[in-house]
Design a protein around this ligand. Structure first.
Ligand SMILES: Cc1cc2nc3c(=O)[nH]c(=O)nc-3n(C[C@H](O)[C@H](O)[C@H](O)COP(=O)(O)OP(=O)(O)OC[C@H]3O[C@@H](n4cnc5c(N)ncnc54)[C@H](O)[C@@H]3O)c2cc1C
Length: 449
């Protein structure tokens, strides 16, 4: 489509890590049937943007065009017998759950926040705490429509235009605009989960708990103490859960906690509220406050899946410079040894944050050419932006990940070097043929141009 000489309204968009930001020319797609938006003066590329929950620059296109997808927020069809849902791509996961949970249906895969769009979940082929059983979000997408900048609309599924489907799942929003999606949901008996948590003292214990729990529980994940050094390195708390039909006897009513309105951090503090001392103290307390014996509870799905959503805009606690999340994947063949080395580097650098997660991905195959998940261990940890020392630490972490044949997660990234992206994603060259020539992002220009 030829650019038209129109001056488009400008708006600043900010990444979730608040460390990348800048003006975007805003275009609109008023309905899912509307043609690909014509763009204006000075705009060389366009990116569809979801709900801005990507940490780095994969959801930004600074100085270029952006199409906010939030307006495409309609449900199209839901079959309460077989659990198929068709909706527009700007619908939030939260909207879906509010509609379907009362009817006994849940998403097969949900990330750690419910404030993401379906389009964003597809573009990063997001994963959840049940990856070991159900794989990634894209494994449950049965159909979608892709609108290309040349005006063509392609319906894609695992069997129709399957190569376009594979490029678009995990395709970082670069193959075109996803206008609507059809998803397969799963049955549940109610909004509650039977949960258990237990401490582990090192990575061997984590691996043993994963072995045991991945066979018996739908959801498994661990919090890990990134500040622990020496003999305490690799300690953490393991969480596992399964959807439950009933409330445990004597459990406090979970609904009371979850019906509370989320709090909002009212301003960005001038200095980060997170520093190495506060993190060390928090981690020490968090680990030791957990009893040495397993703790069982019945929990509503909201606090179990989305603990961070209870404080809206929690990302502002890191202050005006923002923060990074470093999320890597270490292939299963390398076991937990590279994770031990990563934790050693992080612990010795004295940085990190209390938001640190370790999870073992299972064998289900993600359908996307650039999907992040594959069998192995994924470690995700937040770091306040503190300058050169932090970036030197990231380089040491990158070297360990690269040596293990691992990869970093673009949804969380704002600094990965181009060679690590190329080595981590062997299907990249294949993907390039499906990229829409008019679509781009800050991430793409950084790692590819
Ligand atoms: C608290 C928190 C917890 C998280 N937990 C997890 C987790 O457990 N697992 C996980 O995998 N991720 C997790 N994430 C990351 C998040 O799930 C992804 O970044 C997700 O893609 C964000 O979706 P969004 O709607 O906000 O999209 P944005 O961040 O706005 O955009 C993400 C990508 O989607 C593309 N896009 C959006 N809509 C469309 C469309 N209609 N058509 C084409 N492209 C589109 C954009 O171009 C961009 O490339 C978490 C993020 C937060 C803040």
């Amino acid at each position: 489509m030829t650019p038209l000489p129109v001056q488009l309204p400008a708006q600043e968009l900010v990444s979730w890590g608040r460390e990348k930001r800048g003006p975007h020319r805003i275009l609109s797609l008023p309905t899912r049937h509307a043609p690909f938006p014509a763009w204006g003066v000075g705009v060389e590329s366009i990116l569809a943007v979801g709900n801005g929950r990507s940490y780095g620059d994969s959801g930004l296109n600074v100085g270029q065009g952006a199409i906010p997808m939030g307006g495409l927020d309609r449900f199209i069809a839901f079959d309460p017998v077989d659990g198929r849902l068709r909706c527009e791509a700007g619908v939030l996961i939260d909207d879906i759950l509010r509609l379907t949970v009362p009817l006994g249906w849940f998403l097969n895969v949900t990330p750690g926040t419910r404030f993401v769009t379906v389009g964003g979940s597809i573009a990063n082929d997001v994963h959840g705490k049940n990856h070991h059983l159900t794989g990634s979000f894209g494994c449950h997408v049965t159909r979608l429509e892709l609108l290309r900048s040349d005006g063509e609309r392609r319906e894609c599924s695992p069997t129709q235009n399957s190569d376009w489907f594979a490029a678009t799942i995990g395709g970082l929003g670069l193959t075109g605009i996803v206008t609507w999606v059809e998803l397969r949901l799963r049955r549940i008996n109610g909004p509650f989960l039977a949960t258990e948590s237990m401490r582990f003292n090192n990575l061997n214990e984590f691996m043993a708990l994963s072995d045991e729990s991945d066979a018996t529980h739908e959801y498994t994940v661990a919090w890990i103490d990134g500040t622990a050094v020496g003999a305490r390195r690799g300690r953490g708390i393991f969480f596992r859960a399964t959807h439950s039909a009933a409330l445990a006897e004597g459990a406090p009513s979970p609904s009371r906690r979850t019906l509370t309105r989320p709090l909002t951090l009212p301003f960005t503090p001038p200095l980060p509220l997170v520093n190495s001392l506060s993190v060390k103290a928090f981690n020490q307390l968090y680990f030791h406050r957990h009893p040495s014996t397993p703790r069982r509870a019945t929990q509503h799905y909201e606090p179990f899946f989305y603990p961070l959503d209870s404080v809206l805009e929690w990302n502002r606690i890191y202050g005006p410079k923002g923060f990074h999340q470093y999320q890597c994947l270490i292939p299963a063949s390398h076991g937990s040894e590279p994770i031990d080395r990563l934790l050693d580097e992080i612990g010795r650098a004295g940085g990190g944050s209390f938001l640190a997660v370790l999870k073992r991905f299972g064998t289900p195959v993600s359908p996307g050419m650039l999907s992040f998940p594959r069998p192995g261990l994924t470690l995700a940890m937040d770091f306040p932006e503190t300058g050169a020392g932090l970036h030197a630490l990231f380089q040491r972490l990158d070297a360990i990940v690269a040596e293990a044949g691992g990869r970093l997660y673009p949804a969380k990234d704002s600094r990965m070097p181009a060679d690590l992206f190329r080595s981590g994603y062997p299907q990249l060259e294949q993907f390039v043929a499906f990229k829409d020539p008019q679509m781009s992002s800050g991430f793409w220009r950084r790692v590819m141009e």
